[in-house]
Design a binder for this molecule. Structure first.
Ligand SMILES: Cc1ncc(COP(=O)(O)O)c(C=O)c1O
Length: 341
């Protein structure tokens, strides 16, 4: 069985494993105070061309979203996201479990815009008794989105400008950041991010690490006491060096982007072959996730050899499948899939 159902099916990029073995007996302080975490923090600052950001390493995406979001919001405040936003549909109500409402706007290929945010904000602010309603305070977007699409710099700037002018924060979920930033449907570069949001995270789990996400806090107001929130949420790993080492390797010589680029090129090879063979796309993605409308009969035969994520029913005869490549996908397996398509 060759699996294309997700991008976290393999272990870690070999250089990471090698480094973990090399330093296995080294003793280092815990909870992110080790030299590898410090070095990784600095490499990330360098990649962002920005010294004035705080960097923290957490273990997984849901944990990161709930730690960041619950550290920002007071009990009466809410977070706005696309209806397809990961915190709305795939995190078991983690945000609501801390008492904060998730307010949604209808997505357009996974994205929301400033006007939609404005509508939700004004609905509350213009209400006769605004304190009787939940107060929107944070906007959550993913880069790339859950639909494999990207914001352009102009689109994201418009959202962030609205947030800044209206006393809201903007948080970017970058679970697949590497696969997004190397894609050709965005002009956003890593070093643009400190100008485009208040806080974001660099996904490691799906982008070459064994596990791990690096939270980057840009806005000074959000920096204070973040480690307290991490610890309280169980998000501060005692063996923090295991996270630091992984990001230290990934941010050496641009490795993070090199391995993500390779995955995206293979995903685009599948996309182009599918189009050529007459399949229709559900979303026009230029990242490592591809969404194809697949006749159910064909799907059944493909599933003898390949695993896909069934995104949704398209109609009685077709299903939307998601095909993911990762840093570990081989061209050989991609060619086998293309042949069977
Ligand atoms: C955009 C996005 N954010 C967050 C997560 C959550 O990550 P985890 O499953 O590690 O909690 C995922 C996982 O699929 C994701 O796609």
């Amino acid at each position: 069985m060759i699996r294309f159902d997700s991008d976290y099916l393999e272990g870690a990029y070999p250089k990471i494993l090698k480094k973990l073995v090399e330093i296995n007996y080294e003793q280092e302080p815990g909870y992110g105070k080790d030299k590898y975490s410090k070095s990784a923090e600095n490499k990330i600052r360098k990649a962002l061309n920005c010294d004035n950001v705080d960097v923290h390493f957490l273990v997984g995406g849901t944990q990161t979203n709930m730690t960041v979001i619950s550290s920002i919001l007071r009990s009466y405040q809410s977070v706005i996201c696309a209806d397809t936003g990961h915190i709305n549909v795939h995190e078991t109500g983690a945000i609501e479990s801390f008492g904060n409402k998730v307010m949604t706007a209808k997505n357009h290929d996974g994205k929301i815009n400033a006007r939609q945010i404005q509508e939700l904000v004004e609905e509350q602010r213009n209400y006769d008794l605004p304190e009787h309603l939940v107060m929107p305070k944070l906007v959550f977007v993913s880069l790339p989105t859950e639909c494999g699409t990207n914001y352009t710099k102009e689109e994201l700037k418009e959202v962030y400008d609205y947030c800044k002018e209206n006393d809201l924060y903007l948080y970017i979920d970058g679970a697949r950041l590497g696969y997004g930033l190397v894609a050709k449907d965005t002009d956003i570069k890593m070093e643009d991010l400190p100008e485009l949001c208040d806080v974001f995270y660099i996904g490691g789990t799906k982008c070459g690490a064994l596990f791990g996400e690096a939270v980057v806090i840009i806005n000074d107001k959000l920096k204070k006491d973040f480690r307290y929130y991490m610890k309280q949420r169980g998000a501060m790993l005692a063996k923090g060096k295991l996270l630091g080492i992984q990001f230290d390797v990934l941010f050496e010589n641009d490795l993070y982007f090199k391995i993500c680029k390779q995955a995206v090129e293979l995903a685009l090879k599948i996309k182009e072959a599918a189009i050529e063979k007459g399949y229709k796309l559900y979303f026009n993605s230029f990242t490592n996730q591809q969404f194809i409308i697949m006749p159910n009969t064909k799907l059944k035969s493909l599933e003898k050899d390949f695993a896909f994520f069934k995104w949704q029913k398209y109609d009685e005869k077709n299903t939307v499948i998601r095909i993911c490549t990762s840093w570990a996908t081989t061209e050989e397996n991609v060619n086998k899939l293309i042949e069977k398509l």
